[in-house]
Design a protein around this ligand. Structure first.
Ligand code: SAH
Length: 401
């Protein structure tokens, strides 16, 4: 059982977010640290009047010095404590009834599941873990043991090759951490569609699992059958596979990564062996869209699923201009009555701001735009009400006149 090694006292007036169950203790909110906690140790958090608030793990090297794991003063930090958290998260995924049509989904979503910094994605018989905080990293072996007991995977891959680890004074690392290695192209199912994923080298933990629901919604048969689809930021063909399955006409995929496009084509063919040739264009999306605008190409459906443009508050205005430019170009490429599915995965760009950006793009493009479906992240990436930062993906399916 782990002991509480120190107490963090907050400055007067800085306890409110913690009382409201927000899980981050910023360095600027701390007035004193009693004892000498080691990085990653468990500490108690109290207000300026020495009233108990919560327990957290501690990292003096991070701007977020405390990450809260319990608000219960009587909590005991034995293995059963962590096991219960994992079980709770896994049980809520069972509730979603994803299997057997979907075999790749998120099991543990960090703060949203009460485990700040721990991501675990399931890909068939394999698990991929990402340790984003020191508190998780230090307890990695225990989490691996518990996950093996809980999920009985064939193997567990670590994909902690993410730059945010540097903010926690951790190095980037990746590789096998338990059991046997997955094949280089592991086949998983998403809503019954097959996808080859590379868990060792693919983006994030191998795939963008958060778009599962939106792929089905945007690429429904009524929207794509016989239609010309432009799939911008295609990656390994998430949207293209659904569009092809539902009878799309020509699908034009754009991505800057040649490797991703090769896998996209493979995935489309895997599900639709008789598919006529689609386009797989390697290049910068902005340049390719400008070229299409200049040459007068038109589409029935344009999907814009760009990477994160805003990594911090400082990036917000530059990112907003990027989103506007991109959406403005896409609007110019749509036939009257066509559909635009536009996304932002930047947590710093709120749904409200994203809608305003689209408004301004529509005004400049001179197009009437109706939002027909607002979109968010899939339910296996739950949003914690007390942690609005966990709502990062937003999208709008629009009819464009
Ligand atoms: N829509 C995909 C996920 C897209 S992730 C899916 O459903 O799975 C974002 C993609 O944008 C990545 O594949 C990345 O290679 C690509 N990308 C990043 N910058 C780009 C640019 N400037 N032009 C084109 N593609 C870009």
């Amino acid at each position: 059982m782990e002991k509480i090694s120190a107490t963090i006292t907050l400055k007067r007036g800085r306890e409110k977010p913690i009382r409201h169950f927000h899980p981050w203790v910023f360095s600027g909110a701390i007035s004193a640290v009693s004892g000498v906690p080691q990085p990653g140790d468990l500490v108690a958090v109290e207000d300026s009047k020495q009233q108990f608030l919560a327990y957290a793990y501690y990292n003096p090297h991070s701007q977020i010095q405390g990450r809260i794991i319990s608000w219960n003063a009587d909590a005991r930090f034995d293995e059963a404590f962590w096991q219960q958290k994992l079980e709770r998260a896994v049980a809520s995924r069972r509730l979603l009834n994803l299997e057997p049509a979907t075999t790749a989904y998120r099991l543990i979503n960090a703060e949203s599941d009460g485990l700040p910094g721990l991501i675990v994605d399931k890909y068939g018989d394999y698990l991929v873990i990402q340790c984003l905080t020191l508190g998780i990293d230090r307890r990695k072996e225990m989490f691996i043991k518990l996950l093996v007991e809980l999920e009985k995977p064939l193997g567990i891959v670590e994909r902690s090759d993410v730059s945010v680890r540097r903010k926690e004074n951790l190095k980037e690392t990746s590789g096998m951490c338990w059991g046997e290695a997955p094949p280089a192209e592991l086949i998983v199912l998403e809503n019954g569609h097959q996808f080859a994923v590379n868990l060792m080298e693919g983006h994030k933990t191998g795939a963008y699992l958060d778009q599962r629901v939106n792929r089905a919604l945007v690429c429904r048969p009524e929207a794509v059958a016989g239609k010309e689809v432009l799939n911008v930021f295609a990656y390994t063909g998430g949207f293209a596979v659904y569009a092809a399955a539902h009878g799309a006409g020509l699908i034009t995929n754009i991505d800057s990564s040649a490797e991703a496009l090769m896998l996209a084509e493979k995935n489309v063919i895997l599900n639709n062996p008789d598919r006529p040739e689609d386009e797989y264009i390697q290049g910068d999306a902005f340049q390719v869209l400008r070229h299409y605008r200049d040459t007068g190409r038109q589409f029935d459906l344009v999907i814009l699923d760009p990477p994160k443009f805003a990594h911090s508050q400082r990036d917000v205005s530059r990112a907003s201009r990027g989103y506007k430019d991109l959406n403005w170009l896409a609007l110019r490429l749509l036939k009257p009555g066509g559909l635009l599915a536009t996304f932002s995965c930047s947590g710093r760009i709120s749904a409200d701001l994203f809608q305003k950006i689209l408004f301004s793009a529509a005004v400049d493009a001179g197009r009437d735009v109706q939002i027909i479906e607002p979109m968010s992240q899939a339910a296996d990436h739950p949003i914690l009400l007390t942690f609005p930062e966990s709502a990062y993906l937003k999208g709008m399916l629009c009819r464009v006149w």
